[in-house]
Design a protein. Structure first.
Length: 298
């Protein structure tokens, strides 16, 4: 990588959101280094223009090496501890490596999961976060580490609490995105299962909008914690119908018992993101799912 322009290191850059962010940063003229252990991501997602390092962020030494070398180029089924290990210990490794390498800022992909079941919907950042999952707890914990490092003047940061992100490249197997799962099943003409009665709601935000917010956060003020969502509740049944319309699927859904630990409703108030970065989502669900269906067909 030639070292003059701005540079960014993207952890999880071979994954769904990360790879889109990488593409955007490359288009903006960044030199991009991807750190990814390829546990769910794929090298196919990573542009050859980016420098890819197959490194687990839980392994401190190789991560430090990558971060230092990246600086130098420019001369300058789930174990209960899984989320804690990757999001807290791994995150802390990233944070320390970034600070040691003299990185200016860390932009963190946090999650609406930090809110758990909030008292008010749409939920704003002033609502006390009360996660109900290990995942949400670990995401919130790392926000606090960022705050602590920032308070000591070691790094600038922004934490973006993403709603349900969807778009091309999202996995459709395992713990995947529901839009991708519905799309794959509908294109294959398979039955589609909704867990619960179809009334659970989520806030779906298209990946390009998420990337736009993330890029703006990198250039905006430090210490911002902001929701990144569409601000509209979409029920499981409504989402089913949107994907069915895009995919030309004519069958009805089948219903299965609700999964424990799923929040009933989720919807994010995007006022802080709008005020801080002038950001607003631009791709409505109907358009976004159409793009996912088109992508899946090719
Ligand atoms: N997709 C969503 O709806 C959503 C919502 C809220 C927050 N987020 C956050 O956004 C980020 C990206 O999510 P995604 O949907 O793109 O997931 P993803 O699984 O597609 O991508 C994650 C990437 O990180 C890599 N990775 C996993 N563990 C690693 C490790 N220990 N070391 C190095 N690389 C590792 C994976 O191989 C993969 O390429 C995550 O931090 C997630 O918590 C996503």
């Amino acid at each position: 990588m030639t070292g003059q322009g701005p540079r960014a290191l993207v952890t999880g850059g071979a994954g769904f959101v990360g790879s889109h962010l990488v593409d955007r940063l490359l288009a903006d003229g960044y030199g991009v280094c991807v750190v990814d252990d390829l546990s769910t991501g794929s090298t196919n997602n990573v542009s050859p223009q980016a420098e890819l390092h197959r490194v687990d962020i839980c392994d401190a030494a190789p991560l430090h090496d990558v971060a230092l070398r990246f600086r130098d180029v420019r001369r300058s089924v789930r174990e209960p501890d899984f989320d804690a290990r990757v999001n807290v210990v791994g995150g802390l490794n990233v944070l320390r490596a970034a600070a040691a390498a003299g990185a200016r800022r860390l932009v963190y992909a946090s999650s609406a999961a930090v809110y758990g079941n909030p008292a008010r919907i749409p939920v704003s950042e002033t609502e006390p976060p009360r996660p109900i999952s290990e995942y949400g707890a670990s995401k919130l914990a790392f926000e606090h580490y960022l705050g602590a490092y920032s308070a000591r003047g070691l790094i600038e940061y922004a934490a973006l609490r993403y709603a349900n992100v969807y778009g091309p490249r999202q996995r459709s197997s395992g713990e995947a995105g529901v839009v991708s799962i519905f799309t794959r099943q509908m294109i294959a003409g398979e039955p589609v299962t909704i867990f619960g009665d179809g009334s659970k709601t989520r806030d779906y935000v298209y990946v390009a909008d998420v990337v736009e917010a993330t890029v703006r956060a990198a250039a905006g003020p430090s210490g911002v914690v902001a929701n990144v969502g569409w601000g509209r509740e979409v029920s499981d049944l409504e989402l089913f119908r949107a994907v069915a319309a895009a995919a030309g699927y004519r069958r009805q859904p089948t219903y299965a018992p609700d999964r424990r630990g799923d929040v009933a409703r989720s919807c994010l108030d995007g006022a802080v993101a709008q005020r801080t970065w002038g950001w607003r989502p631009s791709v409505p669900v109907a358009d976004g799912v159409r793009r996912v269906v088109e992508y899946a067909r090719t």
